[in-house]
Write a protein that binds this ligand. Structure first.
Ligand SMILES: NC(=O)c1ccc[n+]([C@@H]2O[C@H](COP(=O)([O-])OP(=O)(O)OC[C@H]3O[C@@H](n4cnc5c(N)ncnc54)[C@H](O)[C@@H]3O)[C@@H](O)[C@H]2O)c1
Length: 312
């Protein structure tokens, strides 16, 4: 299959693209490269530096499937420049889906977010609950989903609502909870936890990227899927880190009220099974750090980097 991946140079894309190539697919990796490009050259890989908002930069000839990952990818970044956020994460999603339909592309996989639910009282957050997104980021994802779903009669539409992703990627993110807490312990011997009681779902980067491959292989599974397998409090993640890296845990007040447990039974009913855990991610990050393959860089923090390089 020829697969067009937007946001391909991002945290998830940098793990996903090599897997797609190993599976024998041809890949067009399309990305604005805000954080750089960490994809190794490969005969079946074409890397295009471009902006999804500029539709004339997007060449979909011969493409069978789109995996749409590009977006302004967290709450504080979404608030930096709401117009930019809506243009990239929502308007460009509409234009890409529309182009895909015009090109007769039959498969569209969309990376939404588990954060579209907002704050939920329900013990189990399932796909059919009402969406009450809080931030600009969450709202663009909700609208992006609706846009992509409106093309479901033209193509196979598969939407994933991932939990917070954890683990190592050549394009690292240290602003996501497990990675951030692990890095704090490694660098400072001290972990600062905001609030601590908020329960959040997690997914290992190998599992979320395997899921995109699984969906490519299973066009019969259409619609929306939660993808989060370990609902753990931030404090418990910090304690898990201290099993492997001695560190003091300091709890401070938090202004972020989001606390939820995601239920991924719909996804599990397709036969997809996660293979890794939060604990695996922590151990792998520690391994990379001790080998000198993971270091603390500004560009691994989306907000810091976007303030400096993207919306400065
Ligand atoms: N990482 C997570 O925990 C998580 C959880 C849920 C959902 N998601 C979603 O998964 C997707 C990928 O997340 P990630 O963690 O890899 O994020 P990331 O920030 O590492 O990657 C996003 C990529 O999109 C690119 N991009 C941004 N604007 C662009 C534009 N206008 N044109 C072309 N490329 C552009 C950036 O350069 C970057 O490489 C995002 O849509 C994100 O919202 C991520």
């Amino acid at each position: 299959m020829k697969i067009f991946v937007t946001g391909a140079c991002g945290y998830k894309g940098s793990v996903l693209v090599p897997k797609l190539l190993r599976a024998g697919h041809e890949v067009v990796a399309f990305d604005a490269m805000w954080f750089g490009n960490f994809l190794d050259p490969h005969p079946d890989l074409t890397v295009v530096k471009g902006d999804v908002r500029n539709t004339d930069e997007i060449d979909l000839s011969g493409v069978d499937s789109i995996i749409h990952l590009s977006s302004v990818a967290n709450d504080p970044c979404g608030d930096l420049d709401p117009k930019l956020t809506w243009e990239i994460s929502c308007l460009a999603t509409m234009q890409l889906a529309d182009r895909a339909r015009r090109h007769g592309i039959k498969r569209f996989i969309y990376a939404s977010s588990g954060s579209v639910y907002g704050v939920k009282e329900e013990a189990q957050v399932t796909e059919d609950l009402e969406l009450l997104p809080i931030s600009e980021y969450n709202k663009t994802k909700m609208c992006g989903e609706r846009i992509v779903l409106s093309y479901k009669d033209d193509m196979v539409v598969q939407i994933v609502r991932p939990a917070t992703v954890c683990g190592y990627s050549p394009r690292q993110r240290l602003d996501v909870s497990v990675n951030m807490l692990t890095m704090q312990a490694l660098m400072n011997g001290r972990i600062t936890v905001f609030g601590g009681d908020q329960t959040r779902p997690n997914i290992h980067i190998d599992d979320i990227t395997d899921l995109y491959l699984f969906l490519l292989e299973h066009p019969e599974h259409t619609g929306i899927y939660n993808a989060g397998f370990e609902n753990i409090s931030i404090l418990d993640i910090a304690k898990m880190v201290t099993k492997y890296v001695p560190a003091e845990v300091v709890v401070t007040p938090s202004s972020d009220p989001r606390s939820y447990r995601v239920n991924s039974d719909r996804l599990l009913s397709t036969g997809f099974q996660p293979k890794k855990t939060v604990e695996d991610a922590i151990k792998e990050l520690i391994g990379m750090y001790s080998q000198g393959r993971l270091s603390n860089e500004d560009r691994w923090y989306n907000l810091k980097w976007m303030e400096k390089e993207v919306v400065a």
